[in-house]
Design a protein around this ligand. Structure first.
Ligand SMILES: C[C@](O)(C(=O)O)[C@H](CC(=O)O)C(=O)O
Length: 427
């Protein structure tokens, strides 16, 4: 199980994002502290100061990580030998000025002010990191298998968070179903996916990383650039982008069509450039759906080229059998591969233990939320239709239990700590 350290006081810049317009943004930690930290950092940047040590160390990590997956012009060949990227010589600076500035900025909140004083008086926190950095470091520094249940809305995400997982996976199929009531046919647009990811990733903004589907990237290189910028700002920790045509379909349906390798690699190149420009640790997962149409060797060639362009992880969608999956892991090792489990889809089932043994590094269970929800909801509606009752009573599930999962306790605490009286009598 991944352990994450939540900040106990005002903090740091987890990731520094230099956006196209020259402004500077950080991945959300919590919205309030984040904005304060950003303001503070912006002050130092615009006043000619350099980045703080935390931001600097994260940036260096990002560069090291990139170097570990290789850099090149992404020439489309099967064997791409790559050189590590040079580490940029970025000036460093102490974070103390940042902390002091932050302290001044937050004087209106007694609780935060106290925390800020602690920050100034004691050493700076070193353990806090954004979910993106957290995920990336786990990929680079460990050999763990990162287990992610598919979540398709805020409620399923809350349930998964309450159970406790390494990371969550926001399924595009589930997002399309829950947000639009539509099948997984490329109907969800960037705005749908971004809004959904933003809400889910910020239910636990400094904790469990969210990997989100980015489908085809929703257009050409410029749209992909926007998509990546928006996912970074939404606090998404990783995303996968694929080579299906824009009118895509679920990877476990027949009749898939993929774009040419050149177009696919332009998607990866655009995504990687946007990440680099933002100095983000967001994890780039290159997915190929070419197996059905073009065969295994083409998938391997495409993923090698994506890797050479700087993709952090590969995803070969729709393995025919376990032997093929094992072969792919060997082909790319130590480059991490993600395994997508879709029960009753086109691929065999793997348990978490099997996937770990085979050497996969991330496993997503795309339908782990959506399919059981479908079964349970349909059961209750059918019963209501047939018998005039839902059957929920027998389950003992109360409204409060559901609201508790959705953070009722935290809402009550916030109110109380702010001096509010709304919940003095309980709920
Ligand atoms: C992983 C996936 O992209 C998803 O949206 O969850 C889908 C799952 C599915 O529709 O079966 C995919 O595999 O294409």
């Amino acid at each position: 199980m991944m352990t994450t350290t939540s900040p106990t006081f005002l903090p740091l810049i987890p990731e520094m994002h230099h956006m196209d317009n020259g402004s500077h943004e950080s991945g959300p930690i919590d919205r309030v502290t984040l904005n304060l930290a950003v303001e503070s950092l912006s002050y130092h940047v615009t006043s000619g100061n350099s980045l703080g040590s935390e931001a600097q160390s994260l940036k260096t990590t990002s560069i090291e990580n990139e170097a570990s997956v290789g850099q090149s012009d992404g020439t489309y060949t099967k064997q791409n030998k790559t050189e590590p990227a040079p580490i940029e010589d970025t000036p460093t600076d102490s974070m103390s000025a940042l902390s002091v500035k932050t302290h001044h900025d937050t004087a209106s909140s007694p609780k935060v002010q106290k925390a800020s004083q602690d920050t100034v008086a004691t050493s700076l926190p070193t353990e806090f990191m954004s979910p993106a950095t957290n995920l990336k470091r786990r990929l680079v520094n460990t050999k763990d298998l990162i287990v992610c249940p598919g979540v398709y809305d805020g409620f399923s995400a809350r349930i998964a968070l309450s159970v406790g997982f390494d990371a969550l996976y926001m399924t595009g199929a589930g997002t399309t179903a829950s947000r639009l009531g539509q099948p997984d046919l490329g109907l969800a647009q960037l705005s749908d996916m971004r809004a959904h990811a933003d809400m889910i990733a910020n239910l636990d903004p400094a904790g469990t990383p969210l990997i989100a589907d980015m489908d085809t990237g929703y257009g050409g290189p410029n749209t992909i650039t926007l998509a990546v910028q928006q996912y970074i700002r939404a606090n998404v920790a990783g995303f996968h982008i694929e080579d299906q045509v824009l009118t895509k379909r679920c990877g476990h349906l027949s009749g898939k069509k993929v774009v040419s390798a050149d177009v696919y690699l332009s998607r990866i190149r655009a995504a990687k450039a946007a990440i680099d420009k933002a100095h983000s640790d967001i994890v780039l997962i290159a997915r190929t759906d070419a197996l059905q149409q073009l065969g295994y060797d083409e998938c391997v060639a495409r993923l090698h080229a994506a890797r050479a362009l700087g993709a952090d992880v590969g995803l070969l969608e729709g393995f025919k059998d376990k032997e093929q999956a094992a072969r792919a892991v060997k082909e790319f090792a130590p480059w991490p591969l993600l395994l997508n489990i879709v029960e009753n889809g086109h691929s065999p089932l793997f348990t978490v233990d099997e996937a770990r043994e085979m050497g996969f590094r991330i496993i997503i269970f795309s339908f782990a939320g959506l399919a059981p929800a479908y079964g349970a909801i349909k059961g209750a509606y059918d019963k209501l239709k047939r018998e005039g009752v839902t059957g929920i009573q027998g389950s003992g599930i109360t409204p409060k239990e559901i609201f508790d999962v959705c953070g009722l306790g935290e809402c009550m605490r916030v109110d109380e700590e702010a001096g509010g009286e709304d919940f003095k009598g309980g709920v």
